[in-house]
Design a protein around this ligand. Structure first.
Ligand SMILES: Nc1nc2c(ncn2[C@@H]2O[C@H](COP(=O)(O)OP(=O)(O)OP(=O)(O)O)[C@@H](O)[C@H]2O)c(=O)[nH]1
Ligand SMILES: [Mg+2]
Length: 453
């Protein structure tokens, strides 16, 4: 890992812009304490203060004019978020004060931080690995209990330590093969063929398990898109309204009421479901309705789950079901019968039976949605899960290399072939933790952070 050698001192507001009780301005970099000290007057010099101490005093600007009385927290390298000397200045929560304070520091040779630059420095100084750095952004952006817990899981290093241990096991195997190559002339065998194969297969199956956790990981992090579709008048909008507990979409007995796709978020036990109410699917000459039907089809394509709704009168049409299967995977479709308050038809087979009028069956529907979204994840707080698509693809690449390696081992090919595949698999795992990650990828990751983080 390259050592971080940036001499720049950076500054940014860490709290949201606007009026509040306090605002916090963050400063980090070598000489940051000295520089802030030059505009600060308190009982004691900041330079002489130990790490993790808080100091009250005045910050003055040009001409010695008071900007604000503040509290300054001092963190010394390496025991700070960034790993560098850094400070947090708490001012009164007025944007004008913050602007003046930052302006004053810029004049002293400090520069504005880029988005995510504090976290990037933490990563480059080995305070966090890349998975954890990405989790910081996820934690800040989490909007549901589940996504918050997922980000916490990553920040605590569950996935990091799993990937790291898989990587170390691969390193072990590959170093034995490389050793054999070094002693090729003596024909020494450091690891038996069957043993090697078993070791690689075990690692491969553990990575495959991680890959499988991604569908659930994505649910946790990004939520689930659910399209409500069906023929006109079956009660799609009524169901949306019932689930949201508000009269969001227009409901009427006239078929073809809904034209636009209506999107609303629903929180089910801390998991985010994005519901899309759509125009009823039918052949129509009406220009606007036609466009609506087209949009319904797009919603089906984008959906993680498709609730195909019929009512007790109409039942399911085979044609409609087949059409949906051309737009989405059959496994994503949940068949639902609505209006069971009118009558109950035991011959009408479906995954869910509800009444959007009385609410009967809705609790069960929520359970069905939740369990379908999560699959058989077997997830608990202690399992490592993959929530990030970058990690997913790197793990997938690792599996492909391991598959090649297994083929080479079983064909008893020369150790060189096996060594190359194992090396590539190791590199894929290293990319995830950030040990072998290109500057472009890093910039891309950190540019998505907010400024001040
Ligand atoms: N009895 C009964 N009537 C319902 C139920 N759900 C909806 N309805 C009625 O069915 C009619 C159609 O409801 P909507 O929610 O507008 O149906 P939709 O599927 O959105 O229809 P379009 O937008 O035209 O495709 C309305 O008159 C509703 O009051 C239910 O569970 N029971
Ligand atoms: Mg509707």
């Amino acid at each position: 890992m390259k050592k971080y050698d940036n001499e720049d001192v950076i500054v940014a507001q860490a709290t949201p812009n606007g009026v509040g009780a306090i605002s916090v301005v963050r400063v980090s970099g070598p000489k940051s304490i000295e520089i802030v000290d030059s505009v600060f007057s308190g009982k004691k010099k900041l330079i002489d203060s130990p790490t993790h101490t808080i100091h009250y005093g005045n910050i003055t600007g040009e001409n010695g004019l008071l900007i604000d009385d503040v509290l300054v927290s001092v963190f010394r390298s390496p025991n700070s978020y960034t790993g560098e000397d850094s400070l947090e200045i708490s001012t009164h929560g007025n944007p004008l004060i913050v602007e003046k304070l930052i302006g004053n520091l810029l004049r002293k040779g400090i520069r504005l931080a880029e988005p995510g630059e504090f976290t990037k420095r933490a990563f480059l100084n080995n305070r966090l690995d890349l998975i954890q750095a990405e989790a910081v952004a996820d934690l800040i952006n989490a909007r549901t209990e589940a996504s918050m817990r997922g980000a916490r899981n990553q920040l605590d290093g569950l996935l990091s330590s799993k990937v790291d241990s898989l990587r170390n096991r691969l390193l072990n195997s590959s170093s034995l093969i490389e050793l054999e190559l070094d002693f090729a002339e003596e024909e020494l065998e450091f690891i038996e063929n069957s043993e090697l194969r078993k070791a690689i297969e075990e690692i491969k199956s553990e990575i495959t398990l991680l890959l499988r956790s991604f569908s659930f990981g994505r649910v946790i992090r990004d939520g689930v898109n659910v399209a409500l579709v069906g023929k006109p008048n079956v009660g799609k909008s009524s169901l949306l309204n019932y689930l949201l507990k508000e009269s969001r979409a227009i409901v009427s007995e006239i078929p073809g009421t809904t034209r636009d796709v209506i999107r609303e978020d629903l929180n089910i036990d801390g998991f985010l479901f994005r519901l899309f109410d759509t125009a009823g699917l039918r052949l129509t000459e009406d220009k606007i309705e036609k466009e609506g039907v087209q949009r319904s089809r797009l919603a089906v394509k984008d959906a993680d789950l498709v609730v195909l709704i019929s009512d007790v009168e109409t039942g399911f049409s085979k044609e409609l079901f087949s059409e949906l299967c051309t737009l989405t995977d059959e496994k994503r479709i949940i068949k639902l019968v609505n209006k069971i308050d009118i009558k109950h038809d035991p011959d009408l087979k479906a995954d869910s039976y509800v009444s959007a009028r009385t609410g009967e069956g809705i609790d069960k529907l929520l359970e069905t949605l939740k369990s379908r979204a999560m699959g058989d994840s077997g997830y608990n707080e202690k399992t490592a899960i993959v929530t990030n698509i970058r990690h997913y693809y790197a793990l997938k690449k690792a599996v492909e290399f391991l598959e090649n390696a297994i083929i080479s081992v079983s064909q008893r090919l020369s150790g060189e072939f096996i060594a190359v595949d194992l090396r590539n698999a190791i590199d894929s795992l290293s990319e995830i933790i950030g040990q072998l990650t290109s500057e472009d990828v890093l910039n891309n990751i950190f540019s998505r952070f907010c400024i001040g983080k």
